[in-house]
Design a protein around this ligand. Structure first.
Ligand code: NAD
Length: 499
């Protein structure tokens, strides 16, 4: 059995807590590796040596830090195939999806090459006689980064990149489900020229997380994962005076207006609903056709497309649409939610509850499911299922559809499909959701914009990547200076109070 390590001070370090987590091959259900779960003492030691490494890195000029990012981009491209393979083996997603995972992370590292420009301060020349005022952005010190399983390359890169570019040291606690790629990222940063200790990869569970949250050394915490944990982390991190940004779960609605191109909408829904087995925080999990006729036309287009989806391990070729979900627990949870939907009276139009893949009977596969006639009171509507399950809620009007999306407790992403610019514009302006797509089902902003939801999808106020991330990982200091420092009697300078 392969035993994984932590990545501390630039070295592979075996765990010493005696506690381990199982890392599965989701396609076969077998345990393929054991990941050490750090004790509080191991986590504290990693934080302490990150703190020792930070001052020199933070003092390095931002252009040099940007060059490390530039080299990292080259290395991520060089190792793309290797990273994607390792990612699919533990996560279960297809190779093209895994490459997308690395690619979208890499794009944020590209953005971070611009650190000198992004960290430039403001300057007011002559705020008063002989007085100048300037502000600068300085690193926080050591930050904690706690990440989910579903994008094991992209999510850590979205946070490590800006955190390091701003001059911080970072302690990354990746998901214990798929820890290999975050570890490889740590090694690549070292190869790219990052001094040892500036990025520590500590594997673990609640014990490591709580140690990060309570540490007096850690100055900022970034979290991505489910909403209950996001809320817990936000409360505990801020209680000890840390800056925190915590991104949670989602239930993304896609509204289909009667004038939409129905083929385009159906294709979009299949990709956004079932891609990566629905394990994306930007997956569309609720389709909201407006009007009975739109709903009937949509369902008619969706069913044959869903029935054609090929569910198989990533090793089965390029035409695999999606693979298994991440754990047996996730599989059982999704299947029981589907049963609950049937019990509650939703119509299961595509039913794959007996899905079994020959040769992979013990794998964590869930076939694609489509519900129609879902209502807002049902559990399958309220809960984030995080699996290949799409629910259809029929709305009588545009206003009803808008209200539905707005009343849901989550507010990560949403989309509208229409040919009417007026409706699209109204929707984008009024909806209380952080990321909006117009004829785009998964509106993930690019690296130079920011990514974040509203309502229970986000706790804190600065988003991921883009300019917000540089604001989150740095703090402003403003200096007021007066030169010459004193009054020159009878001379050319005469200082008064600034007024
Ligand atoms: P999760 O909340 O189970 O775990 C996330 C991280 O928190 C992991 O590192 C885990 O070890 C740690 N953790 C779990 N329980 C903890 C506890 N009780 N105390 C302290 N730490 C704990 O989430 P997940 O299953 O890994 O990821 C899926 C979730 O992430 C979904 O809800 C998805 O929507 C969300 N997500 C959100 C975004 C976003 O940007 N909003 C992006 C990706 C994923």
């Amino acid at each position: 059995m392969q035993e994984l390590n932590h990545f501390i001070d630039g070295k592979n370090v075996p765990g010493s807590s005696g506690r381990f987590g199982d890392v599965f091959n989701p396609a076969t259900g077998e345990v393929q590796a054991r990941v050490p779960l750090a004790s509080a003492a191991e986590t504290e030691a990693a934080i302490a040596s990150a703190a020792a490494a930070q001052p020199e890195w933070g003092a390095m000029n931002p252009q040099k830090r940007g060059r490390v990012m530039m080299e990292m981009v080259r290395l991520l491209n060089r190792d793309m195939d290797k990273l994607a393979e390792a990612l699919s083996r533990e996560h279960g997603k297809t190779i093209p999806d895994a490459k997308g995972d690395v690619q979208r992370g890499l794009e944020v590292i590209e953005y971070c090459i611009g650190a000198p420009q992004l960290l430039k301060g403001d300057f007011t020349d002559g705020a008063g006689p002989g007085i100048d005022m300037y502000s600068m952005r300085q690193p926080l010190g050591v930050v904690g980064i706690i990440m989910p399983f579903n994008f094991p390359a992209m999510m850590p890169l979205w946070h490590i990149g800006p955190a390091l570019a701003c001059g911080n040291a970072a302690v990354l606690k990746p998901s214990e489900r798929d820890p290999s790629v975050p570890h490889m990222i740590g090694e690549l940063f070292l190869e790219a020229g990052l001094p040892a200790g500036v990025l520590q990869v500590v594997n673990g569970d609640k014990e490591a997380v709580d140690t990060i949250l309570d540490s007096e050394v850690i100055q900022g915490v970034s979290f991505v994962g489910s909403t209950p944990v996001a809320q817990y982390i936000y409360a505990r991190a801020t209680a000890t005076g840390k800056r925190a940004q915590c991104f949670g779960g989602a239930k993304n609605h896609m509204i289909i207006m009667p004038d939409a191109d129905m083929d385009q909408a159906a294709d979009a829904l299949v990709g956004a609903g079932y891609g990566a087995a629905g394990e994306r925080c930007m997956a569309v999990s609720v389709a909201v056709p407006v009007g009975e006729e739109t709903a009937d036309r949509l369902i008619e287009k969706l069913v044959p497309r869903i029935e054609k989806l090929r569910v198989a391990p990533y090793t089965d070729g390029d035409d695999v649409d999606f693979g298994p979900v991440v754990t047996r627990e996730a599989q059982q949870r999704i299947l029981s939610l589907i049963d609950k939907g049937v019990e509650e009276g939703a119509k299961l139009v595509v039913d794959n509850r007996d899905f079994k893949l020959q040769g992979y009977e013990d794998g964590f596969f869930v076939g694609p499911h489509l519900f129609d006639h879902v209502t807002p009171g049902m559990e399958i509507y309220k809960t984030e299922i995080f699996g290949p399950v799409l629910s259809t809620v029929r709305a009588g009007s545009y206003e009803e559809a808008l209200k539905l999306a707005m009343d849901h407790e989550y507010g990560n992403g949403t989309a509208i499909f229409t040919r009417d610019g007026d409706t699209a514009r109204d929707f984008a302006h009024r909806v209380n959701i952080g990321m909006v797509g117009i004829n785009v089902p998964i509106p993930v902003p690019l690296a130079y914009h920011t990514f974040g939801g509203w309502k229970k999808s986000m706790f804190g106020d600065l988003n991921q990547h883009g300019p917000d991330s540089f604001r989150f990982y740095s703090r402003t200091k403003t200096v007021t200076s007066r030169w010459p420092s004193g009054l020159k009697e009878g001379g050319e300078f005469h200082f008064k109070a600034m007024d």
